[in-house]
Design a protein around this ligand. Structure first.
Ligand code: TEU
Ligand code: CA
Length: 539
């Protein structure tokens, strides 16, 4: 095996830098802010930070539009700050995972500025250009953020392809020079001491617009293996590809234990369940609980021994899990902990998104208070199409990416201790009750639960090795499963809802000890709202 695979018992913490901690009062989180919170993260027990983009960027899509991969945006700090973050994190036993956006750049990137000057420019072919078709767009493909995926540039009398915003032109991976520029850049970051990479929309790099192929293009895995060989494949890095188009078969390629592609992928099958089938994420549907269990089980079973799962409920694109599948009112703490237990008990590498460890919740702002371009584009598009304001706002409150992006709630002081200035996005007004300071002082907090779950993973190898078996498949209340290895057994039992119920399982629990429970006591088979327990036994 090429890699040491240190990341198998690791827990990763995602930081969205704009919203984490502001150190200089301009209302925007920054690198020095992150450095000031390394003690906090070490206390939580995490092994690595996945840092959303801090590169130079006009911020059309909050840094996922990169204008220079080898410079830090002044709003976040300097390259010296970044080097210091890498080295200080190391002294806290934390590695830094950089976010690589390799599918597209910003239109303000030097390569694109050159590319659009003329067809003869050596950079022109770094991007994906097509001529008009009968005076029309090259085809009818749409961008993920709404509107056509083609934009006309007069100087070259061609359209460039953009799967995301107009300010995010797609790179042409069929061009050797592009690939080598990217390899050099990645190796430059490796030399600065980073611990790994998260690869943004990696399943979309091998697009073939002429065939309307966006993700899973025919050359995708060749490109990834070549990228691996030329960069991170040489060392013990954690790598995780973002792949909305992942299925079991290609996930086995992505996370092949031979180390030829990535350590693991983010797949989103469990995440898309509460939307109407075939429609958009905004078209809400109730959570099909049995289906959720089936989907997670399918991934657990399929990758055991032949790949590796990433485990997550939240990220910077998703609503807060406690508001989504928990109860962010009467049972906020109980349900936040229950969701943590269910996730962290599975096989794979868990990811915690900033604030999830506090049980932070969604927000319900009026439309003027939203910043996210995906949210705003959808709002205007649906208004134009005649949707009712109320329904649109319901979708935004449930699913807007800004739910995840409100500033981190550090304490009960002004602006939740995030900034002394005016935050770039409004702070969730519930920071008085939900904040890190209170969590740290309360041995029974959501934070304490995450801390405990991380510690358990480090002390009991079964969290890494144990085979997964779902129990009570058809049960409408319980999410229950076993993990089993040669020496031990783990039993995770969670009441997923707000009704008190009896566990319909005959269990002889004599030889088991309880490793974790989210209520102060337990009472046999009776599970109170969102009650969750982890049992353990040595064989
Ligand atoms: O997200 C990929 C992606 O497809 C998202 O746009 C997703 O469909 C949407 O956020 C769901 O609401 C990645 C990044 O995580 C995201 O923040 C970027 O906006 C996007 O790529 C473009 O780089
Ligand atoms: Ca700042």
């Amino acid at each position: 095996m090429k890699n040491e695979q240190w990341w198998k018992d690791a827990v990763i913490y995602q930081i969205y830098p704009k919203s984490f901690k502001d150190s200089n009062g301009d209302g925007i989180g920054d690198i020095n802010g992150i450095i000031s919170k390394l003690d906090y993260l070490e206390k939580l027990g995490i092994d690595a930070i996945w840092l959303s983009p801090v590169y130079k960027s006009p911020q059309d899509d909050n840094g996922y539009d990169i204008a220079d991969y080898q410079a830090i945006d002044t709003m976040f700090g300097t390259l010296e700050d970044m080097d210091r973050l890498i080295s200080e994190a190391k002294t806290h036993h934390i590695r830094i995972i950089m976010d690589l956006v390799l599918n597209h750049t910003s239109d303000e990137h030097r390569w694109f500025q050159e590319a659009k000057k003329s067809k003869d420019n050596p950079y022109h072919d770094y991007y994906v250009w097509r001529d008009a078709q009968d005076g029309q767009l090259p085809n009818d493909m749409q961008s993920v953020f709404g509107g056509p995926a083609w934009e006309y540039v007069e100087e070259v009398d061609q359209y460039y392809f953009h799967q995301f915003s107009v300010k995010q032109p797609d790179l042409n991976w069929d061009n050797e020079a592009v690939k080598h520029e990217l390899y050099d850049m990645i190796n430059w970051w490796i030399d600065r001491g980073v611990g790994g990479f998260r690869l943004d929309v990696i399943d979309q790099i091998a697009k073939v617009p002429d065939l309307k192929i966006t993700n899973n293009g025919p050359k995708l895995h060749d490109y990834i293996r070549e990228l691996n060989e030329n960069t991170f494949g040489k060392g013990e890095f954690i790598t995780v590809g973002e792949a909305w188009g992942a299925n079991i078969d290609n996930a086995k390629l992505y996370s092949n234990p031979d180390g030829s592609e990535f350590s693991m992928v983010f797949q989103f099958e469990h995440i898309g369940l509460d939307q109407q089938e075939g429609k958009e994420k905004w078209d809400l549907a109730p959570l099909p609980f049995i289906k959720l269990k089936q989907v997670l089980t399918k991934w657990q079973e399929a990758l055991d021994g032949s790949g590796w799962n990433s485990l997550f409920w939240d990220n910077h694109d998703l609503p807060r899990i406690v508001s989504r599948w928990g109860n962010d009112q009467a049972y906020r703490k109980e349900s936040a902990k229950m969701l943590a237990v269910v996730l962290h008990g599975m096989q794979g590498t868990p990811y915690i998104y900033q604030g999830e460890e506090l049980g932070m919740t969604n927000v319900q702002y009026p439309i003027e208070d939203y910043e996210d371009l995906e949210t705003l584009n959808m709002y205007h598009e649906r208004k134009k199409q005649g949707y009712q304001e109320e329904g649109i706002m319901r979708s935004i409150h449930a699913k807007s990416r800004d739910n995840a992006r409100t500033p981190m709630q550090w304490d009960a002081s002004d602006n939740a201790g995030f900034t002394t200035g005016t935050p770039w996005l409004k702070v969730n007004p519930n920071y008085i009750e939900i904040n890190a300071k209170d969590n740290l002082e309360d041995p029974d907090s959501v934070f304490a639960c995450y801390q405990k779950l991380i510690a358990l993973r480090k002390s009991y190898p079964i969290f890494v090795d144990g085979h997964f078996h779902l129990l009570l498949e058809e049960d409408e209340n319980f999410f229950a499963y076993m993990r089993e290895d040669e020496n031990s057994e783990l039993l995770v039992v969670a009441n997923f809802f707000d009704q008190q119920v009896n566990l319909p399982l005959e269990l002889d629990l004599q030889d088991y000890t309880i490793l974790y429970q989210n209520y102060k006591d337990t009472s046999g088979n009776l599970y109170r709202p969102y009650e969750a327990r982890i049992y353990y036994k040595q064989k």
